[in-house]
Design a protein around this ligand. Structure first.
Ligand SMILES: Nc1ncnc2c1ncn2[C@@H]1O[C@H](COP(=O)(O)OP(=O)(O)O)[C@@H](O)[C@H]1O
Ligand SMILES: [Mg+2]
Length: 185
């Protein structure tokens, strides 16, 4: 499965906008979906996952795992999607190989949950026939990149939460053939 079914790109101007986008994507996800999140340290993978969790209506508290590699966030009966899938959140940063990832036994939950793997590209493709690869990138726009980095000055302590990101979703596999994220509500 190496030919994408479709590709979509968005830009966001802040962590909050990235979460809002992810929340809308989360509402459109189903049990069995697998997302591999790509982008360097601090690109916004965990921030994005927090928004996904809100859209799925799972237990909050999504963080960057330190020692724990996998965290399961059960669906909340009082949330927006009672009875919906849990979120299995994985950080593969410290994993050296696909074999180590296999030891986490994500297979046992992949069909019932939404599985999100930070740093999963090139590592977690075996998990499912279909997947969304989501890349967060600090560069916005074309080759000269960096557009708008310091708009509004950079002296405020919270400016770090308001940097632009380009977010690209590339869909692989039959699960995405007749679903696309073009009309998120
Ligand atoms: N547009 C944006 N989208 C996502 N995060 C952003 C954005 N602008 C600034 N940030 C900040 O970048 C950091 C991303 O951290 P995190 O989500 O932990 O990244 P990662 O999981 O990729 O290492 C957070 O401090 C967040 O507030
Ligand atoms: Mg992270």
């Amino acid at each position: 499965m190496s030919t994408p079914v479709w590709t979509r790109t968005w830009t966001t101007a802040s962590a909050g906008q990235t979460q809002a986008l992810a929340r809308r994507i989360g509402r459109a996800l189903d049990a069995g979906d697998v997302l591999l999140l790509s982008g360097g340290l601090g690109a916004g993978k965990t921030t994005f996952t927090q928004g996904l969790g809100e859209g799925l209506g799972v237990r909050p508290g999504i963080i960057s795992p330190t020692f724990v590699l996998v965290r399961i966030h059960p669906n909340l009966p009082t949330g927006p999607r009672p009875g919906g899938p849990a979120l299995v959140h994985v950080d593969a940063y410290r994993l050296g190989s696909a074999a180590e990832l296999a030891d986490l036994d994500l297979d046992s939950s992949v069909d019932e949950a939404v599985t999100v793997v930070e740093w999963g590209e090139g590592m977690a493709e075996e998990l499912s026939e279909s997947r969304l690869v989501i890349t967060l990138d600090r560069a916005v726009g074309t080759a000269d990149g960096g557009l708008g980095r310091n708009v509004g000055g950079d002296d405020e302590g919270d400016d770090a939460d308001e940097e632009p990101r380009t977010i690209t979703a590339v869909a692989f596999g039959p699960a995405w053939c007749d679903r696309d994220l073009g009309a998120l509500s």
